[in-house]
Write a protein that binds this ligand. Structure first.
Ligand code: ADP
Length: 313
């Protein structure tokens, strides 16, 4: 591939016909893997990325656990067939660096303190690469995390901005990435807080400020696409399905309740004959404590579990 003669046509449109502030088309599918706790398949232009999340689950070996929080692990990798020349399989310096900065991009949003001693594993596999794969992987990973039900303060959206032929452009294409003057991948929370920023190339201070404004616009567009994808996924669980499940389970629990009441009536009659009228008032009041008493053993059991766990550690 050689450097294109020009990056913009007479109307100012880019090589693939996009405006400078336009991102490539993005398509997101949620929950595509049955073995992972959460997953996402994302296409962005010619990029194709699959993300899978496992966890939160107990971290082994246990000496790696943190008593106050879960840890997040993130592995970015490119498939051997993801680029024109076959990539040597296995970790390399670039993938290690991208994995590290991508993990850090999620640190401010994932509520890790809810799962002490646990690990949340995020795997992002680039199946086809065409510039912007680290941002594509982050966009897919955030959806996979949400699909896994991991509590987060919000979604993370990522997009690159760059400079080509002296002009700032959003979401660099392959040629723009290879032959441009600057490439600035950015990830941000839905509140606009930047969680990842890297820069390859040079920008003046003014250009940098302008680039950050431009990338904000891109991330907002991506956030909307991500939200729509999640809405589509969860709208599958419509009311009909939920009602059916409830109808099946309800009679079983009613039977149990009736049996319990009968048993209490027998007890009450015996008590009445022995103790007399005073007890009637107590029996009425007994209804409430009975319910609470039923809960207490559970709470104690929980405590015991925790204590046992702590002792074991
Ligand atoms: P990003 O994909 O996040 O933009 P880079 O700027 O490092 O990351 O890479 C730009 C593009 O270059 C990638 O999307 C991919 O198309 C290509 N590329 C990256 N690494 C390799 C490699 N080892 N072999 C061939 N092409 C690669």
């Amino acid at each position: 591939m050689s450097k294109p003669e020009k990056f913009f046509d007479d109307e100012g449109l880019r090589l693939d016909g996009r405006r400078v502030d336009e991102i490539r088309p993005m398509k997101i599918e949620v929950g595509v893997l049955s073995r992972a706790d959460g997953s996402c398949y994302l296409e962005w232009g010619n990029n194709k990325v699959l993300a899978g999340v496992f966890g939160p689950r107990e971290l082994h070996p246990r000496r790696m656990q943190r008593p106050d929080t879960a840890i997040v692990r993130y592995r970015y990798s490119m498939a051997a067939f993801s680029v024109e020349d076959r990539i040597r399989p296995g970790p390399n310096r670039r993938a290690t660096e991208i994995s590290k900065v991508s993990r850090e991009a999620f640190e401010p949003v994932v509520l890790t303190h809810l799962y002490p001693g646990a690990v949340i594993d995020v795997f992002a596999e680039v199946l086809q690469a065409d510039a912007g794969t680290r941002t594509a992987a982050i966009n897919a990973a955030t959806i996979a995390l949400a699909d896994a039900g991991i509590p987060m303060k919000g979604l993370v959206s990522a997009c690159a901005v760059g400079k080509v032929d002296g002009k700032l452009v959003l979401d660099l294409g392959k040629d723009e990435d290879n032959y441009g003057d600057a490439d600035l991948p950015v990830a941000m929370t839905q509140d606009g807080d930047v969680t990842l920023i890297q820069m390859d190339g040079n920008l003046t201070q003014d250009e940098f400020k302008e680039a950050m404004e431009l990338v904000k616009v891109g991330c907002k567009q991506i956030l909307e696409i991500q939200r729509e994808a999640l809405k589509d996924k969860f709208s599958q669980f419509d009311n009909e399905e939920i009602e059916e499940e409830t109808v099946v389970e309800a009679p079983e629990s009613e039977v149990e309740v009736e049996e319990t009441i009968e048993a209490e009536v027998v007890m009450t009659e015996e008590a009445e004959s022995e103790i007399g009228d005073e007890v009637e008032e107590d029996d009425e009041n007994d209804d409430e404590p009975d319910e609470y008493t039923g809960d207490e053993p559970d709470e104690n059991t929980d405590d015991e579990d925790v204590e046992e766990g702590e002792t074991n550690e």
